[in-house]
Design a protein around this ligand. Structure first.
Ligand code: ZN
Length: 221
């Protein structure tokens, strides 16, 4: 079944699925756990819309390309065009929703690419590499600097972070992104992952929470 943006009440969001603009190493503890330097400017990359799948009902992971790591992240749905470094009000006005998401990463492949200084696409943009939950409407989240993101696997909390811990907070990140790439309705922003990343395995049972806003159960098929 092809992916379609939707709200948690099941309402379809009639934006086309666009690109997914991501920031890496946006939580200091996560940068450290992978022995990466804490960045002084945002590290941006893009996952194509073709890699997006829904969280509902479970999702598949590649089984022949080394370890597949989960990265739980706060996703932001863009609902209005943004370009040329918009101001804060323009960014806030353009946010249509928030959801928890998984930025799946072929970690062994990525490590080799990083060693060679090569682009990350084959580790980050494979089919199924972005798992999106349904969105809560943007205006239901009052404080963008205190959104919790939590991932529980097989009953154990693996990641538990907050946008309060981001090196580059949500609004400045979107301003920066829009300065490089024009953002269109239906594009999605992934805002980085807190510490605790690790491998996923077939049969894992997941609960992904946008803490206080939405909670979803899923599994690795
Ligand atoms: Zn990520």
């Amino acid at each position: 079944m092809s992916y379609q943006h939707q709200y948690i009440d099941g309402t379809r969001i009639h934006f086309p699925l666009g690109k997914v603009v991501c920031i890496g190493r946006n939580y200091a503890e996560h940068a450290k756990e992978l022995n990466n330097p804490v960045p002084t400017e945002p590290l941006l990359f893009i996952k194509p819309g073709s890699c997006v799948v829904g969280l509902d009902g479970g999702f598949s992971i590649p089984d022949d390309r080394g370890s597949v790591h989960y990265e739980a992240e706060i996703a932001v749905l863009i609902g209005k065009p943004l370009s040329r470094t918009p101001n804060e009000e323009e960014v806030l006005d353009a946010i249509s929703g928030f959801a928890p998401a998984l930025d799946l990463t072929l970690r062994d492949v990525q490590s080799k690419l990083k060693d060679k200084g090569h682009p990350w696409e084959i580790a980050k943009s494979f089919d199924g590499a972005c798992v999106l939950a349904p969105f809560v409407p943007g205006d239901t989240v009052a404080d963008l600097t205190a959104i919790g993101i939590r991932l529980t696997i097989n009953g154990e909390v693996r990641q538990d972070g907050s946008s309060a811990e981001m090196i580059f907070p949500i609004v400045p990140v979107i301003q920066e992104m829009a300065g490089h790439f024009n953002l269109q309705p239906g594009d999605v922003i992934l805002t980085g992952t807190p510490a605790g990343v690790g491998p996923l395995n077939k049969g894992d049972e997941l609960v992904l929470d946008l803490v206080g806003h939405s909670s979803f159960a899923s599994r690795v098929l």
